[in-house]
Design a protein around this ligand. Structure first.
Ligand code: ZN
Length: 391
């Protein structure tokens, strides 16, 4: 039987009692309440997967979420369904990682939460046999989240900062048609003023990208590699050793990569924490990038003083008026503006929550209306991104 999910009420901040209760251990595997709980967990999770999909390949539901206080969770890992009865953590490698996680009981929210990266659990299967399971990465994170449910933790106990690490993702914002359209750097404050009290600040988001890196040189290599087409496009419109501005608010990885190749790089961003992080990345790569704090509407450079301006994953956060102003400002300084934005077809789980997504046609008609010449553009089939070069 498909059951209704018990949810935390984000408006009254009330947790239904069953979600915060420590569950009872299962002693009788053939008891009616055990058998019915397993059946309903299976049915309800199947229904959720039908509706929501299982993009990250690991998804779970626990008994408390269907209103039953037994220590039972159902998880789907890849194609395989596991029923975890009385699960306990028996080994962990001591390494923690930051994961972006959602919970069916906290539907509108996502959180950045630390879990052990590599664990072994012991549990009983529905026949009462003791089993062991070794888990890494997303699978490990999802199973630990379900085990938290069984001791009455939603995920609040795992947050270091309740204001910053819990946030509303794009999917929920879009539901009522109000998409906050904001400058990257101001996302936190402006969303807060719109009543979204928990929004992820950029530096937390980016820090989560560094899980896999012990040094920033490898990180720059990876980002440059992933964005090779964008870098080629920027270079094609810039003379050798030319002057390039990145209007950004990220880690400046592409500026660092271009600096390595002999270009004179100027980088602008508005978020203080992000600029600090960007400078560290450049220093560790032994490159010289000139960093300035500024927003993208008033770049601190003279008219016609650079060859190219570029930005990636920034402009999609602007309103039409802001976008017109940002492009005009870039083209005051440089002959070409190269920018990469996510398209309407992007997979939502890679977004931060403040994007405004449009199709290629929408972008082209906007650029034409603003009087810009589109030199070229390219839409990537697999990644859901578009690159434009305008003059
Ligand atoms: Zn959950």
């Amino acid at each position: 039987m498909i059951r209704e999910i018990v949810t935390y009420d984000v408006h009254s901040k009330k947790n239904p009692e069953v979600l915060s209760r420590k569950t009872r251990k299962v002693k009788d595997f053939s008891a009616r309440e055990t058998v019915e709980c397993i059946r309903d967990l299976n049915d309800t999770l199947d229904d959720l997967i039908r509706k929501e999909g299982n993009k990250r390949g690991a998804i779970g539901l626990s008994a408390t979420q269907i209103g039953v206080d037994l220590a039972i969770s159902a998880v789907t890992l890849g194609k395989e369904r596991y029923i975890l009865i009385n699960p306990v953590l028996i080994e962990e490698n001591g390494k923690q990682r930051l994961f972006r996680i959602g919970c069916f009981s906290l539907y509108e929210y996502r959180a950045m939460v630390r879990y052990n990266d590599d664990i072994v659990i012991a549990y009983y299967d529905p026949e009462g046999n003791r089993q062991k399971l070794s888990l890494q990465g997303d699978r490990s994170c999802v199973v630990q989240h379900e085990m938290d449910h069984l001791v009455g933790d939603l995920l609040f106990e795992r947050l270091r900062n309740k204001q910053k690490d819990l946030f509303v993702p794009r999917e929920a914002m879009y539901r009522d048609g109000t998409v906050p359209i904001e400058n990257h750097g101001d996302i936190f404050e402006s969303l807060r003023s719109k009543g979204f009290t928990k929004v992820i600040p950029p530096v937390i988001w980016y820090s989560s990208l560094f899980n896999d890196y012990t040094d920033y040189c490898a990180y720059v290599d990876k980002i440059a590699n992933e964005n090779a087409y964008l870098l080629d496009m920027v270079k094609r419109y810039t003379p050798e050793k030319g002057r390039i501005i990145e209007a950004g608010n990220g880690t400046s990885a592409l500026s660092v990569a271009l600096s390595r190749q002999g270009y004179e790089m100027l980088y602008c961003g508005s978020d203080t924490d992000m600029l600090e992080l960007a400078k560290r990345i450049s220093e560790q790569n032994k490159t010289f990038v000139s960093y300035k704090q500024s927003d993208i509407f008033r770049l601190p450079y003279e008219d016609e003083s650079a060859d190219t301006v570029f930005s990636y994953e920034v402009l999609e956060t602007l309103s039409d008026a802001e976008l017109a102003s940002a492009l005009e400002e870039g083209l005051r300084i440089a002959s070409f503006y190269v920018f990469m934005v996510p398209s309407i077809r992007i997979v939502a789980n890679t977004l931060k929550g403040n994007e405004r997504l449009r199709s290629v046609d929408d972008w082209l008609s906007f650029l034409e209306k603003e009087g810009h010449t589109v030199k070229e553009y390219r839409e990537f089939d697999n990644g859901g991104y578009i690159i434009f070069v305008i003059a």
